[in-house]
Ligand binder design. Structure first.
Ligand code: MOS
Length: 779
């Protein structure tokens, strides 16, 4: 075995803004990190396996369990007859609950979508449970399902404008002026329709739950992005006191929104464990993960842009259509962002949800901006072509520091600096705008660009910071490590504020018994959590400073406590006097010092903290504030190569520049943004869940057929971070960037494909079969 070497740590420079290796990197690469699904060693653990529906609409008429129960080791079979109302229906986020859907699989015989859970078999071994689940004989009364847009039987509902005070999310239908008249009168017009496909998150860690009861208390190991919501929601479903439920999720093996809501299967596994009096673990298959969890639904768009010959927008109309399930009206409604990106006196928007026999969709990385900005940023490229104007210049002409609907100012907006930095790094000035003009042998080369924007969201947050007499620091908050480096940014904040080194700091997250943190979604975690940890550290600093300045015999006696700072393991006065941190702690406290802090974002409702403790995590920010707009911005540039004979499409370069406020850990931030850029390429060129329209069922529900880029598909990627100081968003000036890197990338790819080939692909993904007829080869 290789000699173990200490993890690389940048101790000397640990502070906010220092590029730092993850403090948990070593644990992760050595396999020591415990994910929710790793808790498999409970004594007497039983295993569960799901049986999911073959039909997409109808009823379960009978379940013959005899063959399943005959499998040696099978202990129990849960169906709608055994579960029924023993699990109370969960409320969705829109109903101030915690679930992604109101579909309650074993509550009745009703089947709402293909792949819905219809039974769960529990056995001594995983293999016996699986065998039992396969041997269940389920009969159905099937009805004809509706799969997607244009399917017979779908039900369309226009989204009502939510304009009442305090209503979420945002307005849904921003409008100003007379957009229809201005469009009709505009000298240059673009009127085009776009579409994005269904996508599934497919985190590498499979969906799973392990549930264990002891003395009426329930402990659940499940990877989650929202553990207080999870705890409270599960308590509600099972009729328990939330204090009797504990959720443990130290590391999350990928989530991307799929673990933001409480899953349908969790309460079923908990119920099975209670019935058996044994801990039960369920792990779903990859294919089951396509139907028992949320996903990104397909969308359609019609965009109308009217502009003057100078390129200035006179009218912008964005209509969106989204698919959802029969019972739930989930929507992403991204016109909140797309109508506010550019200066335009006349704006209109409209969103329609289309109910089909499908699982309820949900959050998936940058939910509203991904589809809605694909449409807008493709249309902007079409407008640039119609105007014979450079696409970067078109963005400059329409840049604004105030959103057009209410004239609210952006707290900061570096869209054009981002375009300048990225276009320079990309070499955009060498672009010949004529499609097909940049050939390299048999390859048609295309360059495209697009805007990225993502709201600066924040949630109410709490944290506890403890300082031991030896100067060691413990940071505790029920936050989530979804792969983004949460622990490291929290440690850096503590180092920055308490003047200690990284190896002195221990961060505890991922346990619902810790002080509550908001859902890890909407790119809010770094802003929400670092600000509250800084607040707790300031409390400690103030107490140390007060004790030091009041001490009759100490080196800092008489100093102004407000001017004392913690750095390099010392408490320091501006005049150069110092006291060692351990001495200062001993002076201030007989033992460890503990500080608990709460922080509310700008625009939070008065009951936000109480709701956080109840597990209701509502975020403030973006376009929801009444007096300002908070967004991070970026510019996406892509080079594609399309083979003139085979039409093979390759992304060969991507350059992105991003301004997202203060960057706590530039190393992790770059990785996050780069991952987003890769996902953007994936979304544009590879990903699509495809359906058999007769059965409302996905036929590529595994990783061999759901295409994703491998390293060979991933080109040179450059990620540029622009400095940005914006203290209006929050005290530390953090905007968040987890979801910024992939927004707009899909449009940049399609725009580059147009530049290479003269083919405008308005329906993602870009695939060979859409490029059979290339106009640039006809001339
Ligand atoms: Mo994200 S889709 O907000 O986990």
């Amino acid at each position: 075995m290789a000699q173990s070497t200490p993890a690389p740590r940048d101790d000397a420079t640990a502070a906010i803004g220092a590029a730092t290796s993850r403090i948990d990197g070593r644990e992760k690469v050595t396999g020591a990190a415990q994910y929710g699904s790793d808790f498999i060693s409970a004594p007497n653990l039983a295993h569960a396996y799901l049986h999911t529906s073959r039909i997409a609409r109808g009823r379960v008429t009978a379940i013959d369990e005899a063959a399943a129960r005959a499998v040696p080791g099978v202990l129990d079979v849960l169906t709608w007859r055994t579960v029924g109302d023993r699990i109370k229906p969960g409320k969705t986020f829109e109903q101030k609950g915690y679930m992604g859907t109101t579909i309650a699989p074993l509550a009745s015989d009703r089947v709402h979508h293909a792949g819905q859970i219809v039974a769960m078999v529990v056995a001594d071994t995983f293999e016996a449970a699986r065998e039992g689940a396969h041997r269940l004989a389920v009969t159905y009364a099937a009805e004809t399902p509706s799969t997607t847009f244009d399917s017979p039987g779908v039900e369309e509902k226009k989204v009502e404008a939510a304009s009442k005070e305090g209503e979420e999310p945002g307005e849904d239908k921003p409008r100003v002026g007379d957009a229809a008249a201005a469009f009709a009168a505009a000298p240059v017009q673009v009127d085009a329709r776009y579409a994005t496909p269904t996508q599934h998150h497919n985190p590498i860690e499979m969906l799973h739950t392990t549930a264990s009861w002891a003395g009426g208390k329930l402990t659940v190991w499940e990877s989650s992005q929202n553990m207080h919501g999870f705890r409270n929601g599960l308590a509600e479903q099972l009729g328990l006191d939330p204090a009797d439920v504990r959720v443990i999720s130290p590391y999350v093996g990928g989530a991307f929104g799929s673990r933001g809501s409480l899953s349908q299967h969790t309460a079923i596994v908990a119920l099975a464990a209670r019935r058996l009096g044994r801990p039960v673990r369920m792990e779903a298959t990859r294919s089951q993960g396509f139907t028992i969890q949320t996903y990104r639904a397909e969308t359609r768009h019609r965009i109308r842009l009217g502009a003057g010959r100078d390129g200035k927008l006179q009218s912008l109309i964005h209509e969106g259509w989204e698919v959802t399930s029969r019972p739930d009206a989930y929507k992403v409604a991204g016109t909140d962002a797309s109508t506010r990106l550019y200066a335009c006196p006349n704006v209109d928007s409209d969103v329609t949800v289309v109910h089909a026999d499908r699982p309820t969709p949900g959050f998936m990385r940058s939910p509203p901006e991904i589809p809605y900005l694909f449409a807008l940023e493709s249309a902007m490229d079409e407008l640039a072509v119609a105007l014979n104007m450079d696409p970067v210049e078109l963005r400059r002409v329409n840049d604004t520091m105030k959103e057009p609907i209410h004239g609210l100012p952006y707290t900061s907006r570096q869209l054009m600096p981002a375009f300048e930095a990225a276009s320079k790094a990309f070499g955009w000035s060498g672009r010949d705008p004529k499609p097909g003009s940049m050939r390299d042998g048999d390859w048609l080369v295309g360059w495209g660009c697009a805007t990225s924007m993502y709201p600066t969201n924040m949630g109410p947050a709490t944290a506890r910071v403890t300082l031991t007499p030896q100067g060691k620091v413990r940071v505790q908050t029920a936050a989530h490590e979804i792969g983004t480096g949460t622990k490291t940014v929290l440690a850096l904040t503590a180092c920055d504020r308490l003047g200690v080194t990284l190896d002195q700091v221990q961060v505890e997250i991922g346990d619902s018994d810790l002080p509550p943190a908001p859902v890890s979604g909407g790119s809010n975690s770094t802003a929400s959590l670092c600000n509250v940890v800084a607040k707790a550290c300031e409390d400690l600093r103030a107490r140390l400073a007060a004790a030091a300045s009041q001490a009759g015999d100490g080196p800092l006696r008489g100093a102004d406590p407000a001017a004392l700072t913690l750095a390099g393991g010392q408490l320091r006065a501006p005049d150069g006097r110092t006291e060692a941190l351990a001495d200062a702690i001993a002076r201030a406290s007989p033992g460890a010092m503990e500080a608990y802090a709460e922080n509310l974002p700008h625009g939070a409702k008065p009951d936000a903290l109480r709701n956080l403790y109840k597990g209701q995590s509502s975020l403030a920010g973006g376009a929801k504030l009444k007096d300002r707009m908070q967004f991070a911005f970026g510019a996406q540039f892509v080079e594609v190569r399309v083979h003139a004979r085979t039409r093979e499409v390759r992304a060969s370069r991507a350059v992105g520049a991003y301004a997202a406020g203060r960057i706590v850990n530039p190393k992790a931030a770059k990785s996050q943004l780069m991952g987003g850029q890769i996902w953007g390429l994936s979304a544009a060129l590879h990903e699509s869940t495809d359906f058999d329209l007769r059965h409302a069922r996905a036929y590529n529900d595994d990783l061999s057929e759901y295409l994703m880029p491998v390293s060979a598909d991933t080109p040179d990627i450059e990620t540029i971070l622009l400095p940005e100081d914006d203290r209006q968003v929050n005290d530390l000036g953090i905007k968040g960037l987890g979801e910024l890197g992939n927004v707009g990338l899909n449009a940049a790819v399609a725009n580059a494909v147009y530049h290479a080939t003269g083919v405008r692909i308005r329906e993602l993904p870009v695939r060979v079969e859409k490029l059979l007829d290339l106009p640039v080869l006809r001339t």
